[in-house]
Design a protein around this ligand. Structure first.
Ligand SMILES: [Zn+2]
Length: 232
């Protein structure tokens, strides 16, 4: 058995801790991404609603145009009865006919505007349904992430407890060296390949280093990256 065996066991636990910590860091990002996706669906809905509102405003504006002209005609007709000459009477008729023509045109536009409202209303309904569906999917996913987070945190607590025990089995010089290096290089303990190459940085070690590793008596490190070397 290699002299670094207890350290290898500690390193394996630290590897697990690193990946659990990474997952804990990633979960809020995954949640944020999910919420971001939902904001897209919300935007589509808001745009459709605004379009719908504008379409209704156009219809009611045209309605006001028609009403104003109908009132104008009414007032022209009321004044017409008190006119003195036939010529004036004819002029009023011409004016009324012109306004009636305008009314026809506004009413035609109003019908077209009403036709526009229908597909927009459908788009609003579609966007609402899509948002609701996405919200439901997201709720499930967010719940899963919360469950996962709790499980990861629980596992991390267990693994950290196991680490305390594993660390006790590592001798002081190994432990000190390992702790100094592990925030800078990962993994710290690597095997020396049969051809004498460090499995961390891939530098071929001098024969003396390979010899020391083979002797399996103490701490031997790579001349390039400083990782602790061992032989399988
Ligand atoms: Zn190396």
């Amino acid at each position: 058995m290699s002299v670094v065996q207890p350290l290898l066991e500690l390193q394996e636990i630290d590897g697990r801790i690193r990946s659990l910590q990474q997952e804990i860091r990633d979960i809020p990002q995954r949640k944020a991404q999910e919420l971001e996706r939902l904001s897209g669906a919300k935007e589509v809905l808001e745009r459709a609603k605004a379009e719908h509102k504008n379409a209704l405003v156009r219809v009611s504006e045209l309605d006001l145009e028609v009403k104003a002209r109908k009132e104008k005609i009414l007032s022209l007709k009321q004044n017409q009865v008190s006119l003195k000459t036939n010529k004036e009477f004819q002029m009023f008729n011409l004016e009324i006919a012109k306004i009636e023509g305008d009314i026809d045109s506004f009413e035609a536009r109003q019908i077209a505007a009403l036709d526009d409202v229908i597909p927009i209303k459908h788009r609003v309904a579609e966007a609402e349904a899509k948002l609701k569906a996405e919200q439901a999917v997201m709720d499930v996913y967010l719940t899963e992430l919360d469950v996962r987070l709790a499980a990861v945190q629980a596992e991390l607590a267990e693994v950290e407890a196991a680490r305390v025990e594993a660390a006790k089995r590592v001798s002081a010089p190994f432990a000190q060296y390992y702790e100094r290096l592990r925030s800078k290089r990962w993994p710290v303990v690597v095997d020396l390949q049969a051809d004498g190459v460090c499995n961390g940085c891939h530098l071929k070690q001098p024969p003396s280093v390979a010899q020391q590793v083979r002797r399996n008596q103490g701490l031997v490190t790579c001349q390039m990256c400083g990782r602790i070397l061992y032989m399988l």
